[in-house]
Design a protein around this ligand. Structure first.
Ligand code: NAD
Length: 258
């Protein structure tokens, strides 16, 4: 069953929403985040190509995906183990792996980069991809702390470049920050927002500012927890901390030793 992003053109609105059809997704980096993004994209009917630097790493990524899917199936198909097995098979079939980035992006509608957090390495990768991917392909980075504009500056498609900031573990965490730079087109933003919804996530759009929204809130939250602890206010998790974005509650527990 394909849930892949469909083309939506709403002509009745003065600010028409136009989405690029996203069916083929290339994810670069098969680590913690890339494997999770591949899993949710494949589970929602996208054709996924997962790229990393070696076949051994990619084998590990597929194992991670299978392990995670088994946990999903245990809950979702508790009474129908055979249907669960079938679901895992279908999802894994939607993921192909490659160490050849050149061929991996040739029919890609969207490239999501989840490699090492290093500006120069990300820029080098996107500069290469820019020459290889079709003109319609949207590029997105999953960076947590780098500027999307700085990464996009290595390409000639800054209008088709944005941030897709997923949270760890990707299959569990609903929130996705969709980041637009001043150069990102409305069509690209709409496509990324729609893609996130098709993944059954809850996207929030945000500007390309340091820490985006969640980490911008999280850091002062952690600092305040440390201050509270230092002042001896209490070695407990303050009420409401668990409602803080991201893993704020968890961080406070770590600080308080709880
Ligand atoms: N881990 C988190 O909690 C988290 C949360 C949100 C965003 N992020 C961001 O996601 C990105 C990836 O983080 P991660 O935790 O998955 O890292 P990771 O180390 O688990 O995975 C990175 C993967 O990228 C591969 N890689 C490195 N350079 C490559 C290249 N040039 N081509 C192909 N593959 C390459 C590595 O072999 C590795 O498998 C980073 O930008 C990070 O800031 C991480």
């Amino acid at each position: 069953m394909a849930f892949a992003t469909s083309q939506v053109v709403r002509g009745f609105s003065s600010s028409a929403v136009r989405n690029v059809v996203i069916k083929n997704v290339t994810i670069i980096g098969g680590g913690q985040m890339g494997a999770g993004i591949a899993q949710v994209a494949a589970s929602t009917g996208h054709s996924v190509t997962l790229v990393d630097t070696s076949d051994d790493i990619l084998k590990k990524s597929i194992k991670t995906i299978e392990g995670s899917l088994k946990r999903v199936v245990k809950k979702k198909f508790a009474d129908k183990p055979e249907a669960g097995e079938e679901f895992i098979k279908k999802v894994v079939q939607n993921v192909s792996t490659s160490t050849d980035v050149e061929s991996a992006v040739q029919s890609s509608d969207l490239v999501v980069e989840a490699i090492v957090e290093n500006l120069k390495i990300k820029q080098d990768l996107f500069s290469r991809l820019d020459k290889l991917a079709p003109p319609h392909t949207i590029f997105a980075s999953n960076t947590s702390s780098l500027s999307i504009s700085d990464i996009a500056s290595s390409t000639s498609r800054q209008d088709r470049f944005g941030g897709l900031h997923f949270f760890n573990p990707v299959p569990m965490m609903k929130l996705v920050e969709v980041i637009g730079t001043p150069a990102t087109s409305q069509e690209t933003l709409d496509s990324l927002l729609n893609f996130s919804k098709v993944l059954r996530k809850t996207p929030v759009s945000c500007k390309d500012t340091f820490g985006f929204v969640v980490n911008r809130l999280l850091v002062p939250c952690i600092m305040e927890a440390i201050r509270l602890y230092e002042r001896g206010v209490g070695p407990w998790v303050p009420p409401g901390a668990r409602q803080c974005p991201a893993s704020c509650g968890k961080s406070m527990q770590a600080v308080s030793g709880g």
